[in-house]
Design a protein around this ligand. Sequence first.
Ligand code: NAD
Length: 472
Amino acid sequence: MSKGAISFFQTVQDNFDKAAALTDLPKGLLAQIKACNAVYQMRFPVKIGNGYQVIEAYRVQHSQHRQPTKGGIRYSDMVDQEEVMALASLMTFKCAIVDVPFGGAKGGIKINPRNYTEDELQRITRRYTVELIKKGFIGPSVDVPAPDYGTGSREMAWILDTYQTFSKGEIDSAGCVTGKPVNQNGIRGRTEATGRGVFYGIREAMDVPEDMKAIGLEPGIAGKRIVVQGFGNVGSYSAQISQFEGRALVVGVAEYDGTIYNPDGIDIDALVKHKNETGSITKFPGAKMLEDKNDWVGLDCDILIPAALENQITGENAKKVKAKIIAEAANGPITAEGEKILLEKGCMILPDVYLNAGGVTVSYFEWLKNLSHMRFGRMEKRFNQNTYSNIVETVERLTEKSISPHERKMITRGADEIDLVRSGLEETMINAYHSIRDVKERRSKCNDLRTAAFINALDKVANDYISLGVFP
Ligand code: NAD
């Protein structure tokens, strides 16, 4: 970020203020909603190599208007208190937008996971969890972490195991963390959930003809050219699902060590395989490497998906953007200066606070599954299957016509857990998009989707505080 540029935390605060000014909520209530309620900054020693290293880490609970609080844990050497506070605030608004009944939280450990062995990462994760337990910053009814940048289901399993070691037979202890492996009380569809939500969000926005006309695009995601920055969890699934289910063309992928481009489309499955085998997207045979990896921002495309970190599209590079839609899969990828330029150019920005909420939505489903101690679909799948079979047989008998075994299988199938998770996520992303869009259309002086999303969230959080009797 250039000198004098506005920080990520300040940008989140400014976005809040911009939306707050368009509501008629009392000042005291707005101040409470804006504040981070609890910030836990910790330092702890961990044996690394032959010596010890003091690790810097954080957990921030932004708002307890609903409990538990919820938010991912990030491993990055850029972690600091302000970054975690910004991310925790976004979580409060994100949960409100998708009607997930949690307050916002976030955690961060200031390490580059690439510099540590698996054993060392396990020691760091377990020690961090113990710190959270000691201070009452984790638990199924208190605060529930999840994966974020640099973490995944492996780290969540370590957190679960550490928590359960100390929780002495607590019946709902599996709900202390989400994003766990499926065989460790996780849920099918959580790993891909954020990327899948990104796809649903883009598809929904592109299905509104008048909005597409306003930015000079034909409606529909099919055939549109996509460039993704960051090919980790969120970026790779956003690309893969947009390509296979949306029939979009992914023409560019940027990573920290290089950017690849193919105007005819990149085979995303093959790229995932290549990255898993070589550890990098570079040297992928199905695309050419850009000389300057930072040129991803100006690649010719319709949709740009920043899916790495904050502050990637800035006052310096935003003018190079050719895409009409910027889909914020990452948190805070556009700086305030960058956003001004993009809006002046007439771009549509699908804001992080809505677009990447698929992760927390499916985390909510996982938490519910942990509390109910039962897989979704277990009770009704066979009942539905038998009912549909009876209907098909009755229709066949009455019409004296029969359908093929393939058609019968399709029509009579009962829903599995993965079907229900995807259906719940799709429903959530579609409804939330239209709630935000409605605010933008109806609220005077609200001209962009980010401000609309914040207004939508503020109204809901304020309503909770008012019903709690905290504010008159
Ligand atoms: P990840 O660690 O799985 O992937 C991030 C990828 O970005 C990595 O492959 C990394 O090498 C790459 N990257 C880092 N710096 C880069 C750079 N300068 N240029 C190009 N690529 C770069 O992380 P993730 O979970 O996919 O998270 C990505 C973003 O999405 C973060 O902002 C995170 O907060 C947000 N997010 C994640 C989730 C989730 O469920 N994991 C949910 C909501 C939001």
